[in-house]
Design a binder for this molecule. Structure first.
Ligand SMILES: CC(C)(COP(=O)(O)OP(=O)(O)OC[C@H]1O[C@@H](n2cnc3c(N)ncnc32)[C@H](O)[C@@H]1OP(=O)(O)O)[C@@H](O)C(=O)NCCC(=O)NCCS
Length: 258
């Protein structure tokens, strides 16, 4: 068969109907939950009841986590500049990075590549190189991340607690032992371990967070657009900003044109 420029296995039209992973889209409507449909597009097959419940728990854990994170600040600032909902939500998504949300990809790669190794040796190597271990540490949670604890509990109940989850928990203990400081397994670390158990590739990592947190970003942007005045997201220089620059000075004569 001729190899065409674009290729896809996700969906196709047959007889004027859209089919997703081989299933007629109109058959999925009213029969699948949103989470089941997400599993289908990502994995290519329908989930079992346990897989659906596990993924559902993961999305609920990611849906929102206060006004403080960089993505919400970015989204609300862009909305406050007079932009539409999709532009502001897009700005929030662009703020996901290695330290926020995006750590899921790194944490999945870390767990999938290292889970057969001795966790203490892996941690020692990272610390020696001055590298941060994705999925560990949190600005706010210092003793434990309640979301991670709950995700691990659900994983145990639904049969998704295996080698990847065990490794992820051992890494947390190893960090404390080697670094002498507790860095808790954060929500990205816990989700990374569980979706690895579910057979997802690490390159999908950021996708789980984007899918879940976009709902929270939409809520924040809607609130900003409807509750606040335009330009409300600006800094009070005197109260919030430390000035590190030069004190006022004269422009040298040779630069003056007028
Ligand atoms: C989330 C994060 C930005 C919080 O950073 P923070 O508030 O500066 O962290 P803390 O104040 O608790 O700890 C700072 C110390 O721990 C180290 N540290 C923090 N997270 C670390 C990690 N994941 N791996 C190794 N060391 C880490 C820092 O290098 C620093 O070490 P030092 O005291 O020897 O200089 C940070 O833990 C991190 O980058 N984690 C990895 C990315 C991640 O999982 N992000 C998702 C967050 S939900």
């Amino acid at each position: 068969m001729e190899k065409k420029k674009w290729r896809t296995a996700v969906s196709w039209h047959f007889n004027h109907e859209a089919y997703v992973r081989g299933y007629k889209l109109s058959d999925l409507v009213g029969n699948l939950t949103f989470t089941e449909a997400i599993y289908l597009v990502l994995k290519g097959e329908l989930p079992t009841e346990a897989e659906k419940q596990m993924l559902d728990a993961i999305f609920v854990a990611t849906v929102e986590h206060s006004i403080a994170p960089p993505s919400v600040i970015a989204a609300r600032a862009v909305a406050s500049g007079g932009n539409s909902l999709h532009v502001a939500v897009g700005a929030g998504i662009l703020a996901f990075g290695e330290a926020h949300g995006g750590a899921l990809e790194g944490a999945m790669k870390f767990i999938q590549e290292n889970y057969k190794k001795n966790p203490e040796n892996v941690v020692a190597e990272y610390i020696k190189l001055g590298k941060r271990i994705p999925g560990y540490g949190h600005r706010y949670y210092k003793e434990y991340d309640p979301r991670s604890k709950k995700i691990m509990d659900v994983a145990k109940r639904l049969g998704f607690y295996g080698d990847f989850c065990q490794f992820a928990e051992e890494v947390e203990k190893a960090i404390e032992k080697i670094k002498g400081k507790k860095l808790i397994m954060n929500v990205d670390g816990a989700i990374a371990a569980v979706v690895s158990e579910m057979g997802f590739d690490w390159r999908l990592g950021k996708g789980f967070f984007i899918i879940g947190r976009t709902a929270g970003l939409v809520a924040h942007v809607y609130e900003e657009l409807t509750m606040e005045k335009p330009f409300s997201k600006r800094l009070d220089e005197e109260k919030e900003v430390e000035y590190l620059g030069k004190m006022p000075r004269e422009l040298p004569e040779k630069y003056r044109k007028s």
